[in-house]
Write a protein that binds this ligand. Sequence first.
Ligand code: PBG
Length: 337
Amino acid sequence: MNAYPERRMRRLRQTPRIRRMVEMEFPGLGRFLWPVFVVEGQGVKQPIAAMPGQFRYSPDALIEALTPLSELGIGGILVFGVIPNDRKDETGQPAYDPAGVVPQTVRLVRERFPDLVVFTDVCLCAYTSHGHCGPLDRRGNVDNEAAVATLARVAIVHAEAGATGVAPSAMMDGQVQAIRRALDAAGRAETLIMSYSTKFASSFYGPFRNAGGSSPRHGDRRSYQASFADARRALLESALDEAEGADILMVKPALCYLDMIARLRERTDLPIAAYNVSGEYSMLIAAAERGWGDLRGMVRESITGIARAGADIIISYWANRYGDLIGGRGQVGGEMR
Ligand code: PBG
């Protein structure tokens, strides 16, 4: 057995250059999708109170925000639409309005940055008056089949606006298959599906719901989102979505679920995206503001953890702060940064 004193771990940690040779590379901005909230209007850039550094943008203002990020080589964006409450209805119909803010944004971004990867969130919670991810049946439960049919319409509208891919997040059974068939039938065989395949009912979505106005008015999402206490079924969700034709699988949130990312990595050869969600973003800022931690260090450590667990694509609000806050040459945790 090769142990102390012959084996000394500190030998490989002696200098920044030695460490750098043996450490993994910090993920480049090309691996990131930046989640963005879009609203109607011109020149709108409203700060999101619960997510410092993030804004609700009108499409033109988003273009401005994307210009430096595109130059830095960002992978792409994940678009969320936000509409006024008085425009929402019971079934979420505004979600498939071809003139809606999401299709408008997609068209503009594809025109201005043709090579950017543009995914759209496909869900109904930001468009229903009750805030659930699909229409309700008489008993007040989300009606799976009705929701799936509507989600497929939404996906087609986003694809026709030019989205690289759609990201269904409603956690309805059969949604990936229905969307794949609908896209193919509409002549959109090239449109990617990045499924929120292992998505947990999480308390870390709080700031997002504040940003997107998408909180359920009654109850919670536990009858459709996965339980964080049931790892097996959460993984089965991803396997089913793979079988239904997803091109990319996703684990969401990321930081409490690194084991899920690592286990999924063993089970699939599809790319895995990890969604570093709003609560995971805002809590680091809150801690840093109180002087309880170094923001840059905490961000780099959490992103490294997500990549180390096996995620290929990192969906994170830190993406728009990559240049000033987290990027830079050099290595994970080393002085050479
Ligand atoms: C919509 C959706 C949510 C998030 C992404 N898509 C909220 C939810 O399920 O309640 C959360 C993202 C985040 O917290 O950053 N279904």
